[in-house]
Design a protein around this ligand. Structure first.
Ligand SMILES: Nc1ncnc2c1ncn2[C@@H]1O[C@H](COP(=O)(O)OP(=O)(O)OP(=O)(O)O)[C@@H](O)[C@H]1O
Ligand SMILES: [Mg+2]
Length: 343
């Protein structure tokens, strides 16, 4: 059968990648070949993105107008709170210059498994799937200096190449501000549900939150709501049952309280004022998702790699995270879609 006209005829079937091809095909210049390869890679990535959209039920971006307000702490907290409800959750840390999500989860030494060009996430507490730029950085003490296009290309690749599997929710943590990163992610990953904005309680929160909300508007994503982090700090103590106690507040005025029949008392100090986040949400007409207390245990947990939700699952901070998560779920699932869509 070797002289069959079909097997000898170059036009007898679709040319395969490994076939000899016609003289025109074999003479494709290296430049043309590179272009074809690039187009193919792009097509594959697009298909992966569509698949990601189908596999991941909810995708939430966590943003803030300025740095250090607790975005990463809140992202990790939301992810853990959802995961301990039994949901399948992933967290993606997009902060290239200061990726600290793995450290907060105590898995900074984890190594990513790569198979068939796909990156498999590291696994954190409660089965949380974690992807972070930190896993790619060899020396954590060396600053990462990537020029814009390289950084954004790396993010796109990062999104397209991760094998998340089926997820109920993916939480995406960003560097501070309204920089290129959220823009790139919003353009690359289809079906993002919206943005959660983290702020602190001061009056300036309004200004910062307004910026973030306007940013969400620019990238055509709904604002799911505002979370006020580092809200009041609650002191607890014991004294004579049913007696009066007085605690000196941060502004120098005494705060009075009474003990219960067991002698327990608690007083909440507004270290950074309070209510700025809620006021911002009301004024900017977006949902207020709740307040998280100022908790020194969060700082310790960030350093030790044991998040407050893991260290004290029945504590006040864990409960506050659960309340915020419930409100986020209402925005995601409570109606036919998020209640606020800014266009
Ligand atoms: N509710 C809280 N109570 C006490 N400390 C907190 C709280 N939330 C965050 N922190 C502390 O504040 C610091 C900044 O938090 P975090 O890294 O989460 O902020 P960020 O907004 O992600 O910062 P960046 O903008 O650099 O990414 C950390 O030391 C963290 O432990
Ligand atoms: Mg951060």
């Amino acid at each position: 059968m070797s002289d069959s006209p079909i097997s000898h005829h170059p036009g007898g079937g679709l040319p395969r990648a490994d076939s000899q091809g016609t003289p025109e095909e074999t003479s494709a210049s290296p430049e043309q070949k590179a272009q074809m390869e690039q187009a193919y890679a792009q097509m594959r990535r697009k298909m992966r993105m569509t698949q990601l959209d189908e596999e991941i039920k909810h995708k939430v971006m966590v943003l803030s107008g300025k740095g250090g307000v607790g975005k990463s702490t809140v992202s990790v907290g939301l992810a853990l709170s959802l995961a301990r409800q039994g949901k399948k959750v992933g967290i993606m840390d997009i902060d290239i210059t200061g990726p600290n999500v793995p450290k907060m989860l105590g898995i900074e030494d984890a190594e990513l498994h790569v198979e068939d060009g796909q990156i498999f996430p590291a696994i954190g507490p409660h089965g949380l799937k974690v992807i972070s730029m930190a896993f790619l950085i060899e020396d954590p003490d060396k600053p990462v200096i990537w020029r814009g296009p390289i950084k954004l290309g790396a993010i796109q690749q990062f999104i397209g190449d991760v094998a998340w599997g089926e997820l109920d929710a993916l939480i995406i943590d960003f560097p501070p501000g309204t920089s290129d990163e959220p823009l790139t992610v919003s353009q690359s990953l289809p079906g993002i549900d919206g943005v959660v904005i983290v702020t602190t309680p001061q009056d300036v929160a309004l200004l910062d939150s307004r910026k973030s909300i306007n940013f969400a508007k620019t990238i055509s994503l709904p604002c799911l709501g505002v979370v006020e982090n580092m809200s009041g700090y609650t002191l607890h103590g014991k004294a004579e049952p049913n007696s009066q106690i007085s605690v000196m507040g941060p502004t120098g005025t005494a705060i009075e309280s009474t003990t219960d029949e067991n002698g327990d008392w608690s007083v909440t100090l507004d270290v950074f004022k309070s209510g700025g986040g809620e006021a911002a949400a009301v004024e900017l007409e977006v949902p207020f998702l709740g307040a998280l207390p100022f908790d020194p245990g969060i700082v310790r947990g960030g350093d030790d790699g044991v998040h407050r939700i893991i260290a004290e699952p029945d504590g006040a901070t864990a409960a506050a995270f659960d309340a915020v998560v419930n409100n986020v779920l209402v925005e995601l699932e409570g109606s036919s879609g998020p209640t606020v869509r800014i266009s």
